[in-house]
Design a binder for this molecule. Structure first.
Ligand SMILES: Cc1ncc(COP(=O)(O)O)c(C=O)c1O
Length: 422
C-alpha cells in the first residue's frame, strides 16, 4: 500500500469525523489509506502518484473510462454556453438526447423523462406505472437493487437495507429471481408493473435466463401490467450488447438508465417509456418533475456519451474484452476451486463468488495491494465481488487485472493453509 501522507491522514480524519466513520474503517481495513487525485481511462492516480487499475468504475459508471476527452470537451462546450436550464424555454440538448435514445432503445420507447440518478428513475417509473394502469401492485425480484430512496428501496430485495426504514411503499411482492412459476403466481389483475434487472448487479451478478425475461413480457401482456427493465447498470453496452434485455429479445414498456449515460462526468438518470405510458402527462404536464433533471449540461454530455459508444464500437469491445477477462478469471477458478466458487457474467459485468465474505475481503485486500480496484462487495450479496472496468479496457490492462486476481487468490489460499495448520 502507498504511504499515507500528512494531507491524506487529515482528509481521512475529516471523512471519519464528518462523513462516515464506519466506512472509513472498512476502507482502511481493505488497505485504502490514500486519496484519489486524478484519473484518465482505466487508471486512477492517488495523491502520491500511485496508479490503480479501476475495475470498479463507479459501480459500472465509467464505461467510457475516466475523463474521456470527447466527454470533457462536450461538458466544457456546454458550460461555456449554459449549464442549467431556465426551465421555461425549450432546451436543445434535452430534446436531442431524448431523440437519440428513442432511436437506439428497443421496441417503442419513444419518450424520456430525465432526472439525476438511478434511484430517482426507479421512483418515477413506479409512479408512472401506477398512474398509467390505475393499479397499485408492484412485483420485483429478491436480490434486486433499484436504489435507496423510499420507492426504489421498496422494490429492492434485501431486508437489511429495508427493515429499519419501514413502513415502505405498500403492495410490493418480492419474488425469487429467475423463477417463472413465482412470477406467474405474483402477477395478477392488480399488478401495475413488474420491475426487473436483466442481470442483477448488486444481487451478485445473477444473469436472467432468456426464458425468464420472455415470460415476464408475456405475463405483463396477459395481465395488463407494465414491464420495467432496470438497465441502470446493464445498459449502454455493459453486457456486450447495447441493452441487457437484447439478450432475450425483449422490449419493455419502461427502461431505467443512469450511471454510464453520465459519460462518467455529469450525473443523469432517465426513464424511457412508450406512447401508451406517456399518455398521463397530457392531463398534467408537470405532474412529475425535477429541477435539475434534463439540464443542458447533463444532456449534452449524455448525447456525447452515446456518440462515443457508437464511434468507438464500445459494445463490441465490451463483448470481446469480457470474454477474455471471464476466461482468465476462470483459469484461476480452475486452480483454486475451493476458494473461487463461481465466475459468471456477460460482457464486462463479471461476478466472482467466494464461499465466505471473509475470503472476499482477503482477496479484495490482495487486489488492492496489487493496485487493482474492484467492487468491494455487492450490496445484496457480500460473498460476491465484481469486475466492471471501462468498456475500452486494453488487453494489457485485462492481463494486469487477471494476474493480480490470480496472485491475490494464491496468497489467500496460502494464508488459509497457514491458519488451518496453526
Ligand atoms: C440496477 C440499478 N438500479 C438502480 C440503481 C440506483 O442508482 P443510483 O445509485 O444512481 O441511485 C443502481 C445503483 O447501483 C443499480 O445498480
Amino acid at each position: 500500500m502507498s504511504e499515507t501522507s500528512l494531507d491524506d491522514a487529515q482528509i481521512i480524519a475529516d471523512f471519519s469525523a464528518h462523513v462516515n466513520p464506519a466506512l472509513a474503517q472498512v476502507l482502511q481495513f481493505i488497505g485504502f489509506t490514500s486519496t484519489e487525485a486524478q484519473a484518465s481511462g482505466c487508471i486512477v492516480r492517488d495523491s502520491t502518484g500511485r496508479e490503480f487499475l479501476d475495475c470498479l468504475g463507479g459501480y459500472g459508471t465509467m464505461s467510457l473510462g475516466h475523463s474521456h476527452p470527447k466527454i470533457v470537451e462536450a461538458a466544457k462546450d456546454q458550460l461555456d454556453k449554459m449549464a442549467f436550464s431556465s426551465r421555461v424555454l425549450f432546451n436543445a440538448p434535452q430534446a436531442a438526447l431524448a431523440k437519440k435514445l428513442a432511436e437506439i432503445a428497443p421496441g417503442d420507447l419513444q419518450f424520456a423523462f430525465f432526472c439525476n440518478s438511478g434511484a430517482e428513475a426507479a421512483e418515477a417509473a413506479i409512479k408512472f406505472a401506477r398512474i398509467t394502469t390505475g393499479r397499485k401492485g408492484l412485483v420485483s425480484a429478491q436480490g434486486a437493487y433499484h436504489g435507496k430512496t423510499m420507492g426504489a428501496l421498496s422494490v429492492s430485495g434485501r431486508d437489511k437495507y429495508k427493515t429499519p426504514f419501514g413502513p415502505l411503499v405498500t403492495d410490493v411482492r418480492n419474488v425469487p429471481y429467475n423463477d417463472i412459476a413465482a412470477l406467474e403466481a405474483a402477477v395478477d389483475a392488480d399488478t401495475a408493473a413488474v420491475l426487473l434487472e436483466p442481470i442483477q448487479g448488486e444481487g451478485g451478478i445473477n444473469v436472467a435466463s432468456n426464458e425468464y425475461l420472455q415470460a415476464a413480457r408475456r405475463l405483463c401482456d396477459e395481465k395488463g401490467a407494465l414491464l420495467v427493465m432496470d438497465e441502470v447498470q446493464t445498459g449502454l453496452g455493459r453486457t456486450g450488447k447495447m441493452w441487457g434485455c437484447d439478450w432475450a429479445g425483449v422490449a419493455p414498456d419502461m427502461m431505467l438508465l443512469a450511471k454510464a449515460l453520465s459519460g462518467g462526468v455529469v450525473p443523469i438518470g432517465a426513464v424511457l417509456g412508450t406512447p401508451r405510458v406517456w399518455e398521463f402527462w397530457n392531463d398534467a404536464p408537470l405532474i412529475h418533475s425535477s429541477t435539475f433533471g434534463g439540464n443542458p449540461l447533463a444532456c449534452a454530455v449524455g448525447l456525447a456519451t452515446l456518440g462515443v459508444i457508437e464511434e468507438e464500437n464500445l459494445v463490441e469491445k465490451s463483448a470481446r474484452a469480457g470474454e477474455i477477462l471471464l476466461s482468465r478469471l476462470r483459469e484461476t477458478q480452475g486452480r483454486y476451486p475451493e476458494l473461487v466458487q463461481e465466475v459468471r457474467g456477460r460482457g464486462l459485468i463479471i461476478g466472482v463468488e467466494f464461499p465466505h465474505e471473509d475470503i472476499t475481503s482477503l482477496v479484495l485486500a490482495g487486489l488492492a495491494q496489487r493496485d487493482v480496484l474492484v467492487v468491494p462487495y455487492t450490496f445484496n450479496n457480500p460473498t460476491v465481488t465484481r469486475f466492471e472496468p471501462p468498456l475500452n479496457i486494453s488487453d494489457q490492462e485485462i492481463e494486469w487485472a487477471a494476474t493480480a486476481f490470480e496472485e491475490a487468490v494464491a496468497a489467500t489460499a496460502e494464508l488459509l493453509v497457514g491458519v488451518t495448520e496453526m
